[in-house]
Write a protein that binds this ligand. Structure first.
Ligand code: AMP
Length: 184
């Protein structure tokens, strides 16, 4: 299920996310969130809205950890974790984490990646919200969810700023709730 945000938030976010054609390669329209991050009102609204995916109907936090995906996912997931009173867990590109890791490869809208998580970052008692900036084909979030599962923890759901609906990534993530603040 994809939860759309209110009109005011949608407009605010839409105005602060910049389309960069043909980046990082021809044919890709890159969603640049730099203007949003630089705008206190927009950044605050985005973090609060993303954090809603980790709350129940009365607003109580229901997740223990928020996993953020390198690199822009870190910027969003860390304040979301603080807003929820949860811990932050980095999902990093291969070779960056110093300890023992679980690894998972994925194909994304442009290129491929291997994602890793520390083997001791999560426990079976953890419910985890997975956060990133953009959902494109879904490969990145799917691989991240697999890392959470291999860690023995429970995937609570996914939260992203932008879903590129025309790429159909949400279908690959159908096993868990998906919250997208903006869908294009
Ligand atoms: P995917 O695995 O295809 O869903 O790709 C999502 C990952 O790639 C996210 O971590 C995004 O940061 C990045 N990404 C993919 N497509 C775009 C895009 N058009 N604009 C910005 N980031 C993108």
């Amino acid at each position: 299920m994809t939860a759309a945000a209110g009109t005011e938030l949608t407009t605010l976010l839409g105005d602060l996310i910049r389309d960069v054609p043909d980046f990082p390669e021809p044919g890709i329209v890159f969603k640049d969130i730099s203007p949003l991050l630089a705008d206190h009102r927009g950044f605050t609204a985005a973090v609060e809205a993303l954090a809603r995916a980790g709350r129940d109907d009365i607003g109580a936090a229901v997740v223990d950890k928020v996993a953020g995906i390198e690199a822009r996912g870190f910027i969003l997931a860390a304040p979301v974790a603080l807003a929820l009173g949860a811990g932050f867990v980095p999902v990093r590109k291969a070779g960056k984490l110093p300890g023992a890791v679980y690894s998972q490869s994925c194909v994304l809208e442009y290129g491929e990646a291997v994602l890793e998580i520390h083997q001791d970052a999560l426990t079976p008692a953890d419910r985890v919200l997975v956060v990133d900036d953009v959902l494109a084909t879904g490969g990145t979030l799917e691989a991240s969810a697999e890392l959470v599962r291999r860690s023995g923890a429970v995937v609570h759901g996914f939260a992203v700023l932008i879903e590129l609906g025309f790429l159909g990534g949400a279908q690959r993530l159908a096993a868990h709730p998906l919250s997208a603040l903006l869908r294009v």
